[in-house]
Design a binder for this molecule. Structure first.
Ligand SMILES: Cc1cc2nc3c(=O)[nH]c(=O)nc-3n(C[C@H](O)[C@H](O)[C@H](O)COP(=O)(O)O)c2cc1C
Length: 162
């Protein structure tokens, strides 16, 4: 199947939006926007994200062995856009938007996220040009349980009323 066609079909699936963060080799932080977040298991507590294997974030999660998933609120579109745009040079700081804290694994968590989950990497499953990243949840919180940001048909929507 032609990949642009498949992309258009898959765009009909509505999802929430997370920013996946991890720790760089130099101790700094990195992160990207993702819609492929899924709860996997309750016992033990596991979640997954599915990332392009060539993305910087995927490579860095493999290196650090930790990541966090930050669920964005309906009013955090700017953060979703920022973490999806290419990092052109070292001076570009995606974390310049939002207030960030450091969770127990060392991954960055958004202090006013709808929810966040702090994880230790347990598995990387190759899946075509993507990698399914599975993490064991070490800590989680719901700092601001408001309506989430929704992504559908390549457009951000302000979410369900809460
Ligand atoms: C709403 C939205 C959802 C996205 N979801 C994913 C995803 O689930 N997996 C993925 O690999 N890229 C996804 N992307 C694309 C990445 O955010 C984008 O390629 C980013 O620049 C990668 O950053 P990095 O190379 O610094 O890791 C998404 C982009 C947007 C706007």
């Amino acid at each position: 199947m032609e990949s642009n066609y498949l992309r258009a079909v898959l765009a009909q699936w509505a999802s929430g939006v997370v920013v996946v963060t991890t720790v760089r080799a130099d101790g700094g932080r990195h992160g990207m926007t993702a819609s492929s977040f899924t709860g996997v298991a309750l016992d033990p507590p596991l979640i997954s994200v599915c990332l392009v294997s060539t993305s910087t974030t995927c490579r860095m999660i493999r290196g650090s062995g930790v990541f966090a998933a930050n669920v964005l609120g309906h009013d955090q579109q700017n953060i979703g856009r920022r973490f999806a745009s290419p990092v052109w040079n070292a001076a570009t700081d995606r974390f310049a938007a939002g207030q960030w804290d450091t969770a127990s694994t060392g991954a960055a968590v958004l202090t006013d996220a709808v929810a966040w989950l702090d994880c230790v990497l347990t598995a990387c499953h190759p899946a075509g040009d993507h990698t399914i990243i599975v993490g064991a949840v070490q800590d989680a919180a719901t700092p601001r349980p408001i309506a989430p940001l929704i992504y559908h048909d390549r457009t951000y929507h302000e979410g369900i009323v809460r």
